[in-house]
Design a protein. Structure first.
Length: 259
């Protein structure tokens, strides 16, 4: 059972989130890894601020990265006004006749809410089920859903089944959000299955626009799906750190503050 380190840690994280507190013994039984491996993974995850080590195990982190907010409905309600402001800036980047790609994030759902009432003729490709069902109401839009696996806890399509489709379409802009962003790791998320598909999205598009409310900035998560160099525009709702500002300006990239 050769599982890559980040995939293994992702599994551990999922178990910790589900059980809220878990022992090393439980993890070794569930995952079939040695206690030493599990311990070093737990230390690594604690370093990344994703969980707290306890004597003989780990528990979910209450503060810092709010790993518990994995459920879509919870995420959707958080920072909703900020996400709406970000969406109103994002829509200005879209032009008549373009083909755009929206991920399954709640921020992209806010952008879809604006597109639902738009009269631009667009093709919208998405991995978000709520997004697709909202947009199909607009007769000006051609809506394409990326195929793949749908899990109960999520509103998104995962896995690489939809990659063929992505490669056949010429995509002008990808709008994407992330669980976390910093200049070193880029855009990161903690569902490896979603990350696989998002990496493909980044690879096929001509332009990537990241929509990130301030709670996601300068945080990190488990798996990168876009390096900072692959992000062309960052739209957020508060001023960012000097480090991020410098990176974007020195690399000829754009930051927009939606306020």
């Amino acid at each position: 059972n050769i599982m890559y380190a980040d995939e293994r840690r992702n599994k551990i994280l999922e178990i910790v989130i589900e059980k809220e507190t878990v022992s090393v013994n439980e993890l070794t039984e569930l995952l079939n890894f040695s206690a030493a491996t599990v311990r070093s993974d737990l230390s690594q995850l604690e370093k990344q601020g994703l969980l707290n080590r306890t004597h003989g195990g780990a528990m979910i982190k209450e503060k810092g990265i709010d790993v518990v907010d994995k459920k879509y409905e919870v995420r959707e309600k958080k920072y909703r006004t900020e996400k709406q402001r970000i969406a109103s800036y994002a829509i200005k980047h879209i032009e008549e006749g373009q083909c755009i790609l929206l991920d399954a994030s709640s921020t992209c759902f806010e952008l879809a809410t604006l597109l639902r009432d738009s009269t631009m003729r667009l093709t919208v490709v998405t991995s978000g089920l709520s997004t697709a069902s909202l947009l199909k109401e607009n007769p000006y839009l051609t809506v394409i859903v990326i195929g793949g696996i749908v899990r109960s806890s999520s509103n998104s399509v995962e896995g690489l089944l939809g990659c063929e489709l992505l490669r056949k379409i010429n995509i002008d802009i990808l709008f994407t959000s992330a669980y976390a962003f910093n200049t070193k790791d880029g855009l990161t998320d903690f569902s490896l299955y979603e990350v696989e598909l998002k990496r493909e999205m980044v690879a096929v598009t001509n332009k990537t626009i990241a929509l990130l409310d301030h709670s996601k900035i300068n945080k990190n998560s488990i798996a990168t799906f876009a390096h900072t160099s692959e992000v062309d525009v960052l739209i957020t709702d508060q001023e960012v750190s000097d480090e991020i500002n410098e990176y974007f300006t020195s690399h000829g990239k754009i930051i927009e503050i939606a306020n």
